[in-house]
Structures are given as structure tokens and as C-alpha cells.
Design a binder for this molecule. Structure first.
Ligand SMILES: NC(=O)c1ccc[n+]([C@@H]2O[C@H](COP(=O)([O-])OP(=O)(O)OC[C@H]3O[C@@H](n4cnc5c(N)ncnc54)[C@H](OP(=O)(O)O)[C@@H]3O)[C@@H](O)[C@H]2O)c1
Length: 253
């Protein structure tokens, strides 16, 4: 039986690199994201090697997610890995200056969207059973506080705890759950976060060595292809050139 990876956010960054990496392992692919043209390009690139099914999808829309899953062709229904990758950070400014709409968009995408997809795909994963995986893309921001992380970091803390809690409920199903928590990686993520400000985005990566999308894709495929009895609960990955800062202290002048 062919393994099938169902990937959200396959149009860019980690998701697209993961699709390519699974293709090199011979996995069939269900690729989703809002930008249909990019999905079509990726399908054209990979379909001579593996079966590829694409569906334009906004993960915030629960009924659209359910429809994509209900309409999966038979050959793509034996999902072996769900990669809940679609997500974004907005509003890098401090909380008092952040727009409420940006907070809602992050919650709707990173929390509600991830829950929508998990709920819809879970019956297929349970049907596949032993050796299948849910791989949720969290972030170091879900574990470690930093200025400007406010709602983004809180959504990723949700991803972490939801992943751990799912493990409890899925114990007897054979389905594994992993929270992969990357540090800074160079993708379109910072262009989205800075609302298309190329200079601000470039400044984040200047004169350092961030993770790449391929680094994270390697870890996702590693987790999905481990022997069925091994469950990695959480994998936090940083560039060696990223670490933490001391506590900030407010002092009188
Ligand atoms: N890059 C980093 O430094 C970093 C670090 C830690 C964690 N992460 C997390 O890694 C994941 C992937 O990010 P990335 O770095 O690869 O960024 P990216 O290059 O901007 O890719 C984000 C992907 O999410 C999709 N997406 C966003 N909103 C969506 C929605 N409403 N419905 C469906 N798809 C949606 C985008 O596709 P469309 O726009 O086509 O819909 C795109 O494919 C995110 O969850 C992010 O929070 C990133």
C-alpha cells in the first residue's frame, strides 16, 4: 500500500519542501493551500514520480476542509501522515499596537484551522492505524516568550498542548502525534509577518545562518518514517546560531 501524506500549506516554505521530500521517498501526496496556481505548479513538478492530488483550501473554513477530505479519491484516502503546517505570524509589533484583526487571523489559522483539519482527517488516519502520524508544526514561540510574540506564541502553545493531549486519546489507535517546533527559518514566513517588507524580512536573516525549509522537511519525513512503535512527542529545532537572551528587567532611571 502506498503511503499518503496530506499536507496543509504546501504552496510555500516547509510545506512545499516537505512535499518534495515525501515525493523522493515515493509517498503519494495530497497538497493543499489557498494559492491554486502554486499547487498546480508543484503537482506538475512531482506527478511524474508520485500520485498527486491538489485542493485549493483555506483551513479556516471547516466545511471546506471537510469537503476536501470527503471528496478525496480512493487512492488518497489511506492517509499515513497528516502534516498540519499551514500557519502564519502577523503583527510583530508589541501587543498594545497590534491590530485585533491580526490576532483573530492567527487564532483562526493556527488554532482553528489546525483543529478543523485534524478533525476531518482523523477518521482516515485511524483507519490506516499503526504507523500513521499527525505532525503538527508548532514553534519555539510556543515554549519560549519573546517581545512581539503575544498571540502567535500563544497559538503555538496551543499546538503543543493539543498534540500532547491527542496522544492520550489516540493511544489505542496506533496513530502517533508530534509537535515539531522550529526556530527561525528562512521562508516566506517573515514576508507575511512584515506585510511584504523585503528589507525588514531580510534584516531578520542578515549575517546569520537560519534553518531552511529543507531542514524542517527532513525532520518531518524522519518522524513520519520511524518504526511504528516510536513516537516523538515534541521536536524543538533551532539553528545553532540562535539561542535565548537574558530576562528583561524594568529599572528606574
Ligand atoms: N519560518 C519560520 O521561522 C517558522 C518557525 C517556526 C514555525 N513556523 C511555522 O511553520 C509553518 C509554515 O510556515 P513557513 O515558514 O513555511 O511559512 P510560509 O512560507 O509563509 O508558508 C506558510 C504556508 O501556510 C499556508 N497558509 C497560510 N494561511 C493559510 C490558510 N488560511 N489556509 C490554508 N493555508 C494557509 C500558505 O499557503 P497559502 O498562502 O497559499 O494559503 C503557505 O503555504 C507555519 O505554521 C509557521 O507558523 C515557521
Amino acid at each position: 500500500m502506498t503511503n499518503v501524506a496530506f499536507i496543509t500549506g504546501a504552496t510555500s516554505g516547509f510545506g512545499r519542501a516537505t512535499a518534495r521530500r515525501f515525493a523522493s521517498e515515493g509517498w503519494a501526496l495530497v497538497l493543499t493551500g489557498r494559492r491554486l496556481e502554486r499547487l498546480e505548479d508543484l503537482k506538475a513538478e512531482l506527478e511524474d514520480r508520485v500520485p498527486v492530488h491538489i485542493a485549493a483550501l483555506d483551513v479556516r473554513d471547516a466545511s471546506a476542509v471537510q469537503a476536501v477530505v470527503d471528496e478525496l479519491p480512493a487512492a488518497f484516502r489511506c492517509v499515513t501522515a497528516l502534516v498540519n503546517n499551514a500557519g502564519l505570524a502577523l503583527a510583530p509589533e508589541p501587543a498594545p499596537q497590534a491590530a485585533l484583526a491580526d490576532w483573530h487571523t492567527m487564532i483562526d489559522t493556527n488554532v482553528t484551522g489546525l483543529v478543523n483539519t485534524t478533525h476531518a482527517v482523523l477518521p482516515l488516519l485511524i483507519e490506516t492505524g499503526t504507523g500513521s502520524s499527525i505532525i503538527n508544526i508548532g514553534s519555539v514561540a510556543g515554549e519560549w516568550p519573546y517581545p512581539g510574540s503575544h498571540v502567535y506564541g500563544a497559538t503555538k502553545a496551543f499546538v503543543k498542548q493539543f498534540s500532547l493531549n491527542l496522544r492520550c486519546d489516540l493511544l489505542k489507535t496506533g496513530v502517533r502525534v508530534t509537535d515539531i517546533a522550529p526556530g527561525a527559518a528562512e521562508t516566506e514566513f517573515t514576508m507575511v509577518r512584515t506585510r511584504g517588507n523585503q528589507a525588514a524580512s531580510d534584516a531578520i536573516y542578515r549575517n546569520t545562518t537560519p534553518l531552511t525549509a529543507e531542514d524542517i522537511a527532513d525532520q518531518i519525513v524522519y518522524v513520519a518514517t520511524l518504526p511504528a512503535h516510536i513516537a516523538i512527542n515534541r521536536l524543538e529545532i533551532m539553528s545553532q546560531r540562535q539561542a535565548w537572551s537574558p530576562f528583561a528587567v524594568d529599572r528606574d532611571a
